[in-house]
Write a protein that binds this ligand. Structure first.
Ligand SMILES: [Zn+2]
Ligand SMILES: [Zn+2]
Length: 287
């Protein structure tokens, strides 16, 4: 009985494909919010493998050719027969002399040492579309490393990293932020200059604005990646109650409370009187 245990390549015998596809290159591109919102052209520099111009990927010196490997006689694999209790066992493995390719270079190209490609640092400009987000991947097909022996190029995969913005938090294509305004400005109304991604805008705060009020600036967010418009910019208003009052300020506030009939002692704000507790109760939906 002869048992054959295969080595070599799964699914087939014979020389290995000499030309192989090159590796893909993953490159992280760090962008700030404005760049992701509007798109940007970036110069990226990275190490890669390019086709050896001297031998055009052949790996052989000018005028010479690959020759059939004399160890495997072009088969790409070498076999060994051993005796065991099962009988004869034949094992085969890729030919070590030609790396399973069946041919060898006797006179290698001086510029690439027979590899058919050379390593080089290249710089290229990539166009990042508007609307990419943290973690977005962009595939540039066929722009990666040239494969061994001048094989087809792999891809470039750009992975976007978005730097945090000091003011805005991005949620989808909407931008969120909070502005703190003094109690007086919230009560009397005010206008303030606000820096959006598009430039400075004048924002009007209506008299009587409460904490939690959201001012929406439509279409001032991030461009949708599919090109259909932009997200919104949402400014949440936080009303700041003064925590330290001098005597004169306190007197003024007491006078103000008196004028509004709000000068009762805290104990008088009780449920059912339409005061603070009633408002709280209504806000929390209690009956
Ligand atoms: Zn070469
Ligand atoms: Zn060989």
């Amino acid at each position: 009985m002869n048992a054959f245990f295969g080595g070599g390549q799964p699914g087939g015998r014979g020389p290995r494909e000499r030309v192989r596809r090159g590796r893909s290159i993953k490159i992280r591109v760090e962008l700030d919010l404005k760049e992701t919102a509007f798109g940007v052209s970036k110069d990226i520099t990275f190490p890669t493998a390019i086709l050896c111009e001297t031998c055009q990927g052949e790996g052989t010196a000018s005028g010479s050719h690959r020759t059939t490997c004399d160890m495997c006689h072009g088969q790409g694999e070498v076999s060994q027969v051993t005796r065991s209790f099962l009988g004869q066992v034949m094992t085969s493995r890729p030919c070590p002399q030609c790396s399973g390719q069946g041919t060898v270079i006797t006179d290698p190209c001086a510029d690439c040492a027979g590899e058919g490609r050379v390593r080089e640092k290249v710089t290229r400009t990539v166009k990042i579309p508007a609307g990419v987000d943290d973690g977005t991947r962009i595939q540039l097909a066929g722009e990666g490393e040239v494969g061994p022996n001048g094989g087809p190029r792999g891809d470039i995969i750009l992975e976007i990293l978005q730097r945090p913005h000091p003011t805005f938090e991005r949620r989808g294509d909407d931008l969120h932020c909070t502005v703190t305004v003094p109690m007086t400005a919230a009560a009397l109304g005010a206008s303030f200059a606000f820096d959006t991604l598009d430039g400075t805008e004048n924002i009007d705060l209506r008299p009587g604005t409460n904490s939690g009020h959201v001012i929406t600036l439509p279409n001032k967010g991030v461009t949708h990646l599919d090109g259909g418009g932009r997200g919104d910019l949402r400014i949440r208003v936080d009303v700041e109650t003064p925590s330290k009052l001098d005597e004169e300020q306190e007197a003024l506030l007491r006078k103000f409370a008196e004028l509004r009939g709000e000068d009762q002692s805290p104990g008088r704000f009780s449920p059912g009187h339409g005061g603070l507790f009633a408002k709280l109760r209504d806000a929390f939906g209690a009956k």
